[in-house]
Write a protein that binds this ligand. Structure first.
Ligand code: PRP
Length: 187
């Protein structure tokens, strides 16, 4: 990838080895917890796809995979009514153990909305695994069942996470800073 534009820096927060090690640990823990039960992974597009691709190969379970996609809300929009599904599940989840796969849990608005949508489909259980957790930014009373890394309130890109659609292909998680040190947008 080309270097970041002038005055933008990309400091490594979590390198490839640390991510790979933690994903293996999460895979082992999830495999033990769900032992003997089939699991439906539900990836939240787009950010979670890289994490899901690595995690699924660390699961020693009977696994199936589906995806959901939402529109983003604008800055300052507090109502969960502004979150809209743009790609629904392909297969029903009634009676299944569902594991939502997220790249980052930030304000919790996406996850809160997602829980409401999925619970209406009567799964046997719902849990969430997130690679990154920013509890300091939480606006909704939700938490993940499995967390890869708890991180401070910094704007991160890479390993699936973007800024304006860029940087998803970086193999590590990096802190993006601009010249003014202001984050490009809320996440
Ligand atoms: C990110 C991430 C979560 C959501 C978390 O998605 O993938 O779905 O934000 O934020 P919240 O806890 O504040 O709701 P984003 O809107 O960046 O879309 P993308 O995954 O397509 O990049």
């Amino acid at each position: 990838m080309d270097p970041a534009p002038d005055k933008t820096t990309l400091e490594v927060l979590l390198d490839q080895k640390a991510i790979a090690r933690r994903v293996r640990e999460l895979g082992a823990q999830i495999s033990a917890d769900y032992r003997g039960r089939p699991v439906r992974l539900v990836g939240v597009l787009k950010g979670a796809w890289v994490f899901l691709a690595d995690l699924v190969r660390c699961l020693d379970l009977d696994v199936t995979v589906d995806f959901l996609s939402f529109t983003s809300y604008g800055d300052g929009v507090e109502s969960s009514g502004s979150v809209k599904i743009t790609k629904d599940l392909d297969q029903p989840i009634a009676g299944l153990d569902v594991l939502i796969v997220e790249d980052i849990l930030d304000t919790g608005r996406t996850f809160e909305y997602l829980l409401g949508v999925l619970e209406a489909h009567n799964p046997r259980s719902i849990r969430v695994v997130t690679l990154l957790d920013k509890p300091s930014r939480r606006l909704r009373p939700v938490q993940a069942d499995y967390v890869g890394f708890t991180i401070p309130d910094v704007f991160v890109v890479g390993y699936g996470l973007d800024c304006g659609g860029k940087y998803r292909n970086l193999p590590d998680v990096r802190i993006l800073r601009t010249a003014t040190d202001e984050p490009p947008a809320a996440r």
